[in-house]
Each structure stands twice: as structure tokens, then as C-alpha cells.
Design a protein. Structure first.
Length: 465
């Protein structure tokens, strides 16, 4: 039998806690493994290995991420900070002192991740209300201390946390090498043109924020030797802008960017509302709209909105660009009409004057819940009559769908109790949900009806005021 070939490595330069690092490793090696095993920074812990527990949280350029989901090639030229980089020499960071004072740690497994998530939050300048602190650490699980003391500690440190002091680099570069075959290889693609050429030649799988791909690699549901193409650095796929009467999102727009964007806040605030329900800060800093569209999960939270707003998805390849309406994009369970050599480059969302949009996500809990039902409803009001009604639904069929029957009931109607009941009955009749680990078909059907009914009634009450 032929000896297995070694995974190709690349030289990746970045800084960790202000120390320049030069690493030889396959680009897909997890940042977590680089920190713990190549650099000996074992303060960063591994819990779940799939983005659910936050134990591996570190900061990249000040943003908190799960290092188990970051391929190390994506930190090239960036600044990584781990828990070892919080204290100033022997002097603890005020947040660390506050954890000790408030008794915010017991076994300590979650503590480094908690500290990093809390540190990013406090440094953001956001007001440290109880709700905001809870949201900031929603991606970090603690199984022994209990959250009350942790929240107390974070509140205690608010206002006392200094900006990171960037130590003058000593110039001593740490040169390290990962063990052979220490992760999958990832092909870099510095420009869109190169990325499209590589896709055409290799048929590789793009990796954007990696929040789906890295989980699939860890679970071995994606082969580790299949070619992966890094698109995270493509500037051409970034940016949120208005173009005529459309809101245009670059495919690499992250949920954190949607939440921060002034353009979004003015043009389509529901987008920021949706982004806030997707994972926790660690996922929102990495997960992209393009990744959500291509992952094509029936539970993908962005997808019902793209259906309800009649958005379109722009694909590019070496053959040029084509634009596909969202209604024709998802062709089956986790399937899309994207060809293997195409990249999603943009999403175009028409902005319709006086359109109203409502969104609801029903999950098991508020943070980190994959939806049991997700619904977006868009309409215009002509006096008190509803026009141009569009309803997008997720988690109720093998792919995200429009609820055409319920749309027909609402079109040209007024939002009365009778209309709301008829629309609810229509949606319950037309969807084909399934039983799965997250919910039952009966529950999903009943909830879809109730959610639509409530949206209609709330709109009716708002109109009557
Ligand atoms: C803990 C956790 C919680 C999550 N919570 C939610 C949630 O609440 N709601 C939700 O909807 N999702 C959730 N997700 C799933 C995931 O975060 C989103 O689907 C995210 O938008 C994926 O984006 P990404 O950039 O990380 O995708 P990646 O993992 O990089 O890629 C995902 C897929 O899209 C392809 N791809 C990516 N970008 C492009 C592009 N521009 N062109 C062509 N193909 C592309 C990749 O090849 C891959 O097949 C969660 C994931 C985790 C780990
Ligand atoms: S180890 Fe659990 S999120 Fe990374
Ligand atoms: S201190 Fe033990 S898990 Fe949080």
C-alpha cells in the first residue's frame, strides 16, 4: 500500500498576545490546536469542539470567536489574544480580579472563555446592563459556578477595564511547526478572480466564516482531504450598501456587521433583529450571510426573510455573473441551484416604500437555538388593506418555502381576527413539517399558525391605534 501523502503546509504569520508568530501548518489546522499544542497556550480550553460551549473563546482583532471553528490560515496578519494575554505581567486584569472577588469561578474550565467573551464586551463600550452581559456570555456554558456570580463579576469590572496595552514587540519571532497532517489543507485565494479560477480548476469547497464547514470537518461529514478554498479574505465580497432601490449585502457580511450597520438600521432593521438571534457573539463575528444561503439548512434563519422580501442571489464564476431569485434558489434538502464553480458574491434585497416586515423565530431557548419554526412576513398597507403579502417560512419543509395559500388569504384583506384565523388555518394546511430531534410536525404546524395569527393581529392593533 502506498504511504499516505503529507498534507501540504504553508507559512502563516500573525501575532499572539503581541508576540509575532511564524507557523508552518496546513491552513485548515484549528486555531485552538495551534494555540494549545503548537504554542503551549493551554489556557484556552476545548469543550465541545463544535462552537456550542465557548470554552475555546479567544479574540481576533478584539472580536470574540470560537477558536475551534477558525482555520489558522484565516488569522494570517491578524492579532490573536488569549487568556494568557490579559494580565499585565504579574498584575491581573481588573476583569480577572473581579472574577476572584465575586467568586465567578469554580472548576475553571469555562473561565478563560468567559473572560475573553466578557473582555470583548466590556471593551466594546456597550452599556453593561444585566441583559447585555447575559447576551455577551450567551455563547459560553458554565456547568458549575452558576451565571449569577459570573454576571456580578463582569458588572463589577465594568468601567475598570483598560484598553489592551500593545507591548512593543521584542522582535523575537516565535517559529513553530504543526505536526505532520495537523489539519486539512486550504488553498488561499487573494482575489475574486483567482478564487473563481481555482474553483473552476479544482471544484473545491469554499470556506467563509467556517461556522458550518469546521463543524462538518470535525464531525467527518466533510472529507478532510477534499480541496477547501479560503474566501474569507476576499474584499470584493464584503460591504453593505444601497444601490438604487436595493440593499446590497456582500456574501461575506457577518451577523455582527449586520447588527452594527447604520445602513441596515435605516433601510431594513429587521435584518439586524434576525442577526441578533443567530448563535451568540462568537458565531455572529464569523458566520456570513453567503454561508447561510449556501448551507441551505431548512432552519437557516436568513432564508425566510430573503423569500419574503423577494431578494435575489448573485452568483459569479469564470463564465460571468447570474442573478437567481430567492424563490428559485433552494432546490431541495440542503440543495441549491449553485453550480460547483460558482461563488455567491452578493445578495440584493429590494427596498419597497411603506413595506412592513415582521420576523419570528421559535426555538428551545433564546441563545444558540436552531429554530423549530422561523417566519418572515412582508406586506404593504393600502389604507387598512394588505397588499403584496409575502410569507417566508423555515423549518417546516425540506427547504425554506413561501406560504402561498396564506398569502392569498391575506392579500387584499384587512387584518381582522377573522382574517388572522383564516390565514393561520391556510398556513397549517399548506406546510409539510416533519418530526425530528428539535420538534414534532404537529407542534410546528400549530406554532406556524399561531405565529402568523399573532403577527396579523398585532399589525391590526397597531393600525387601529
Ligand atoms: C454554535 C452554532 C450556532 C449556530 N446558530 C445558527 C442559527 O441560530 N441560525 C442559523 O441560521 N445558523 C446557525 N448556525 C449555522 C452557521 O453559523 C450559519 O449557517 C452561517 O451563516 C454560515 O456562514 P459561514 O460563513 O460560517 O459558512 P461556512 O461554514 O464558511 O460555509 C457554509 C457553506 O457555504 C459555502 N459557502 C460559504 N460562503 C460561500 C460563498 N460566498 N459562495 C459559495 N459558497 C459559499 C461553504 O462551501 C459551505 O458549504 C450556527 C452554527 C453554529 C456552529
Ligand atoms: S470547544 Fe466548545 S466552542 Fe470551541
Ligand atoms: S467554573 Fe466550572 S464550568 Fe464554569
Amino acid at each position: 500500500m502506498a504511504a499516505p501523502t503529507a498534507t501540504p503546509t504553508e507559512t502563516i504569520r500573525f501575532t499572539v498576545n503581541d508576540t509575532p508568530v511564524e507557523l508552518d501548518a496546513p491552513g485548515g489546522r484549528r486555531l485552538l490546536d495551534v494555540l494549545r499544542y503548537d504554542l503551549g497556550l493551554t489556557g484556552t480550553k476545548e469543550g465541545c469542539g463544535e462552537g456550542e460551549c465557548g470554552a475555546c473563546s479567544v479574540l481576533i482583532d478584539g472580536d470574540v470567536v470560537d477558536s475551534c471553528l477558525v482555520p489558522v490560515c484565516q488569522v494570517a496578519r491578524h492579532d490573536v489574544r488569549t487568556v494568557e494575554g490579559l494580565a499585565d505581567g504579574v498584575r491581573l486584569d481588573p476583569l480577572q480580579s473581579a472574577f476572584l472577588e465575586a467568586g465567578g469561578t469554580q472548576c475553571g474550565i469555562c473561565t478563560p472563555g468567559m473572560l475573553m467573551a466578557a473582555r470583548a464586551f466590556l471593551a466594546s463600550g456597550a452599556e453593561p446592563t444585566d441583559g447585555a452581559i447575559r447576551e455577551a456570555i450567551a455563547g459560553n456554558l458554565c456547568r458549575c459556578t452558576g451565571y449569577t456570580k459570573i454576571i456580578e463579576a463582569i458588572a463589577l469590572a465594568a468601567g475598570a477595564v483598560p484598553a489592551f496595552r500593545h507591548m512593543p514587540s521584542t522582535g523575537a519571532v516565535r517559529r513553530v511547526a504543526a505536526p505532520p497532517n495537523g489539519g486539512p489543507a486550504i488553498v488561499p485565494s487573494p482575489t475574486l478572480r483567482q478564487a473563481l479560477r481555482l474553483l473552476a480548476e479544482t471544484g473545491g469547497r469554499p470556506i467563509a466564516g467556517g461556522t458550518d464547514v469546521m463543524v462538518a470537518l470535525a464531525a467527518r461529514s466533510l472529507p478532510r482531504d477534499g480541496p477547501l478554498l479560503d474566501i474569507w479574505g476576499l474584499e470584493e465580497l464584503r460591504g453593505i450598501r444601497l444601490e438604487g432601490d436595493e440593499l446590497v449585502l456582500g456574501a461575506l457580511t457577518t451577523y455582527a456587521e449586520l447588527r452594527r450597520s447604520r445602513v441596515v438600521a435605516e433601510a431594513l432593521p429587521v435584518l439586524a433583529e434576525i442577526a441578533a438571534t443567530i448563535g451568540a457573539a462568537q458565531i455572529q463575528n464569523r458566520g456570513t450571510v453567503g454561508g447561510n444561503v449556501i448551507n441551505a439548512s431548512p432552519a437557516g434563519d436568513m432564508l425566510p426573510l430573503l423569500l419574503a422580501t423577494e431578494s435575489s442571489i448573485v452568483l459569479a464564476s469564470v463564465r460571468g455573473e447570474r442573478t437567481v431569485p430567492a424563490s428559485a434558489f433552494w432546490s431541495g434538502y440542503r440543495r441549491t441551484v449553485r453550480a460547483a464553480d460558482e461563488l455567491v458574491v452578493r445578495i440584493r434585497i429590494p427596498l419597497v416604500p411603506d413595506r412592513r416586515v415582521r420576523y419570528r423565530k421559535i426555538g428551545t431557548r433564546r441563545a444558540l437555538a436552531i429554530s423549530k419554526v422561523v417566519m418572515a412576513v412582508a406586506w404593504r398597507e393600502d389604507g387598512s388593506t394588505w397588499r403584496d403579502v409575502r410569507i417566508g417560512l423555515g423549518s417546516v419543509a425540506e427547504r425554506p418555502i413561501r406560504a402561498l395559500g396564506a398569502e392569498a388569504v391575506l392579500e387584499g384583506s384587512r387584518p381582522t381576527t377573522e382574517t388572522a384565523d383564516r390565514a393561520a388555518a391556510a398556513v397549517e394546511a399548506e406546510i409539510r413539517p416533519i418530526d425530528d430531534v428539535r420538534s414534532t410536525a404537529d407542534y410546528r404546524r400549530a406554532v406556524s399558525g399561531r405565529v402568523l395569527r399573532r403577527i396579523v393581529l398585532e399589525a391590526g392593533e397597531a393600525g387601529a391605534r
